[in-house]
Design a protein around this ligand. Sequence first.
Ligand code: NAD
Length: 250
Amino acid sequence: MFSVNLTGRVALVTGAGQGIGRAIAQGLADAGARVAVNDINPQTAALTAEMLPGEANAYISDVGDPQAVQQMVNQVVADFGRLDVLINNAGIEPKVSVLDMAVDDWRRVLEVNLSAAFYTSQAAGRVMRAAGGGVIINIASIAGHNIPLKDRAAYVASKAGMIGFTRECAREFAAYGIRVNAVCPGVIETEMTAHSRANPAQMAKWLEDIPLKRLGIPEDVVGLVLFLCSDAARYLTGQAINVDGGKVML
Ligand SMILES: NC(=O)c1ccc[n+]([C@@H]2O[C@H](COP(=O)([O-])OP(=O)(O)OC[C@H]3O[C@@H](n4cnc5c(N)ncnc54)[C@H](O)[C@@H]3O)[C@@H](O)[C@H]2O)c1
């Protein structure tokens, strides 16, 4: 397995109570980082923090709330003394057509999937700028490359926005030694895709479309995240990289 040494670094992972976020938190901790585990769900966040080797704390907050995010970042820095890596992973994916979607539901998806990355990147970016550098990774989606999904307008818009925001941040933050990249997973076996995976016709379509002939598991996303966190990726910023078994080839 690809090995990276993040000893001495502190990482904050949002939405790390389960799924891809939990796997990333595990990968970062295995690589030696101390990990701040964020989730809106107190039980799952606590469980992830308990599972990790080394020092890890749970931070329960809604990343869609800018004040809560600022307080969380302040607390992480107070607890660990630094913040080197930010992984914006928390996300929601309600399934509803444009014609039926309530305005508040649209706003909520944009808050959690996109505006949250602005709140965390501003708060953590200021800490990283003062420290002379850092790494930010935004978990977008292959859906962010303007690939439409049925009844997921807010989700697709948020993920396309996340890729645009990644590039803007990368450009601005480069002057401070902060690299910013997006990771775009394909279809990964988590709770988010459980409903669609239960549909045999959908599964057959996916398997036909994915050259590597299987869905991803959360651990499939971790190698790329670790690489982007590492000094081996020191000349890499502003990119949106797919990890999807070859489903999308741009
Ligand atoms: N699963 C996939 O196929 C897939 C594909 C592409 C992108 N992604 C992206 O990967 C990320 C993780 O997805 P997943 O599949 O692990 O989903 P998941 O639903 O299993 O986990 C998402 C986590 O985010 C947390 N969360 C939700 N709203 C939050 C909020 N406001 N504040 C803090 N935490 C919050 C949830 O409690 C949950 O623990 C998401 O951004 C998702 O869009 C997933």
